[in-house]
Design a protein around this ligand. Structure first.
Ligand code: PSU
Ligand code: MN
Length: 293
């Protein structure tokens, strides 16, 4: 179905699966994954949730495959470096922003919706998500609510600037900070409509630039987490991660789960709301883009 929609230049939006398998608690994760797909279909857009099933890159997971990734705890978190291993070993894997982008672009998809991208982590050991270099070399529109609040946001913003990734604020001037609408960091340009976003993306393509266009959309105001509460639960989560020496691919899921617990679900509600909203905006962009093809 995704292949047919792409061949006919119909709107398609890619969705990642790490957020389903490792970013949200059960059973919320499965409900959300299904709702994102239903909402996109209702809006006249083909959803393409991406993951790895039995060692096969799968663009447009079916209901049963989404259920598997949501419920089976042996499912691995697959970033770009893990793709060849997952293929060779026949694994089931959930794909991150980095690996989803890599796969989506090669399938001919142009628009991808997620929650918050990875970036430069806080702390002394340089830990930089593979999401960033993938944004540098993959010509996609990535719709997100900025980088995850657990990261070093100024350093992440600088990295994107150095590597030539254009950050477009969707109806905002400030880069959102995932659960918060504010980071104090500017976007490169504001776009007030889907058409304005598409114009910039098409200019990048005409120039044969291979960088992604990072479109940042703030969390809907009614679900934004209060700044003081956010600071408190983030510090608690960071301290706990340090005490338990959590590192590498485990750190992001750990911090998100801890914050949801410490905030009595406030960060989880924000996460769900921004994922739904970003998918909706991505659908609008995909429709505007397919009108220009
Ligand atoms: N957005 C969310 N929840 C998540 C993620 C994004 O709302 O769990 C995932 C994405 O898949 C992203 C990954 O690529 O976290 C980043 O992990 P790391 O920092 O290990 O690269
Ligand atoms: Mn890392």
């Amino acid at each position: 179905m995704v292949t047919e929609a792409l061949a006919a230049n119909k709107p398609v939006v890619a969705l990642e699966s790490t957020v389903i398998a490792h970013g949200l608690p059960r059973p919320t994760n499965l409900e959300l994954a299904q709702r994102l797909e239903t909402d996109l279909r209702t809006a006249g857009v083909s959803p393409a949730t991406i993951g790895i099933i039995g060692g096969e890159l799968t663009v447009g997971l079916n209901d049963e495959q989404i259920k598997l990734l949501a419920e089976d705890s042996s499912v691995k978190k697959i970033s770009t470096r893990d793709i060849p291993v997952a293929i060779a070993r026949g694994w089931n894997g959930a794909t991150t922003v980095a690996s989803t982008s890599w796969i989506a672009h090669r399938a001919g998809i142009r628009v991808f919706a997620t929650g918050g991208i990875g970036g430069v982590h806080r702390g002394v050991l340089p830990d930089i998500s593979a999401d960033l270099p993938e944004l540098e070399r993959t010509p996609l529109i990535v719709v997100c609510s900025g980088a995850k609040i657990v990261l070093d946001l100024p350093a992440t913003r600088e990295w994107l600037e150095t590597h030539g990734v254009t950050i477009v604020g969707f109806q905002c001037d400030e880069m959102p900070a995932f659960y918060s609408r504010h980071s104090g960091l500017p976007v490169d340009v504001r776009a007030n409509s889907a058409n304005e976003v598409v114009e910039i993306f098409n200019a990048q393509r005409d120039l044969q630039m291979d960088t992604a266009l990072l479109l940042t959309v703030p969390v809907p105001p009614e679900f934004e987490v209060d700044a003081e509460q956010l600071r408190r639960v983030l510090n608690e989560a960071l301290e706990k991660a340090e005490r338990q020496e959590i590192t590498g691919r485990d750190i992001t899921p750990f911090l998100l789960a801890q914050m949801a617990q410490f905030s009595d679900g406030a960060t989880l509600r924000a996460n769900i709301s921004l994922l739904e909203n970003n998918a909706r905006v991505a659908g609008e962009i995909a429709k505007a883009l397919s009108d220009t093809l």
